[in-house]
Design a protein around this ligand. Sequence first.
Ligand SMILES: *Cc1c(COP(=O)(O)O)cnc(C)c1O
Length: 386
Amino acid sequence: MDISHIINELGEDRSLYFNAVAPPIVQASNFVFDSFEDLRKAFEDEDSAYLYSRGKNPTIEILRKKLAALDGAEDALVFNSGASAIFASVLANVKSGDHIISVDKPYSWAWRMFDRMLPRFGVTTTYIDGTDIGNFRNALRPETAIIYMESPNSNTFELQDLQAVASLAKERGIITIVDNSYSSPLHQKPISLGIDMVLQSATKYLGGHSDTVAGVLTGKKDMLNKIFNEQLLNNGSIISPFNAWLILRGLRTLPVRLEHIGKTTEKVIAFLKSHPKIERVIFPFDSDFPQLELAKKQMTGACGLFTIVLKADSHHAIERFTYSLKHFLVAVSWGGHESLILPQAAGLAPEDFDPINERHRMARVYIGLEDADFLIRDFEQALAVL
Ligand SMILES: *Cc1c(COP(=O)(O)O)cnc(C)c1O
């Protein structure tokens, strides 16, 4: 299916809403039924009819169709956050006594769930370095139910060979889940590589304007129907119609935003790599990236998120550099229109800073929609202060 068709047309039927070009925000909690029979059918399967907006809603429905098609999946569910999508995908597929294999350094709220919540219900997690397929094989147990991945992760960008892990898991009936927030469906399609379920924080590239928190989960219809009926309806973690509408609006410009950001990022990285105050740049499509071949094999492009290692000898120097930048905001998250920087030192007390530790000198950079020269000039003057 053409991306242009999916983004601009799929799932939309203007005759249902006064021929309005933009779909409406159907801000209704409940829907009316004309017969007992229809109502009974809706009770039997809430995903078959509009009954109540904790389950199915027309605005959200348009978004679900587009997101499923973008991932090449049978179905999609949209949640009120990426964290909700993570939680639902895992909780639906474990029972007491089960074991999970997760890549090390997954998104922070994934490991909090694995480490702090699931052990209370008898579910344990083993973390592995996912850059080597052998580590997945060695961590397998008879009770392993899920392999949880994030490729690349959003700090140091390690990848997993998704096709190899999927085939290892399939032989054993283990469910594979990948956090695809970094690539978005435009740059990586894990389902086509054999992965069972794909999740994304729609807060990032899909929304694209730093004004909405949302999450997406895609996969086979039967797997998602189970999650719809258990996690989504029970936890009440559905997205609101208004936020679904904002994500729909963000989707319209996703391809042009990613293309622009991709080009800008390349220029900014080229500048940073040649700068004497920058020790190295970590970015999946950089010529020095250790997994470049794998990145090229399973991703069609990278985006605006990368990490720089600064040559700096103190906490203070990093803070001064950071706040010398005039056009990079110091904030978490990414994927919006605005460029951001998040140094690791920001999370450290000054007395704990160790210049020998490379991690302490790392700063994650996100390139937004500004022009490359505008951002490069900013780095130039701030690095001069460092
Ligand atoms: C932000 C993020 C999440 C969580 O999504 P929320 O929408 O913030 O709940 C999950 N994974 C990655 C890689 C993220 O960057």
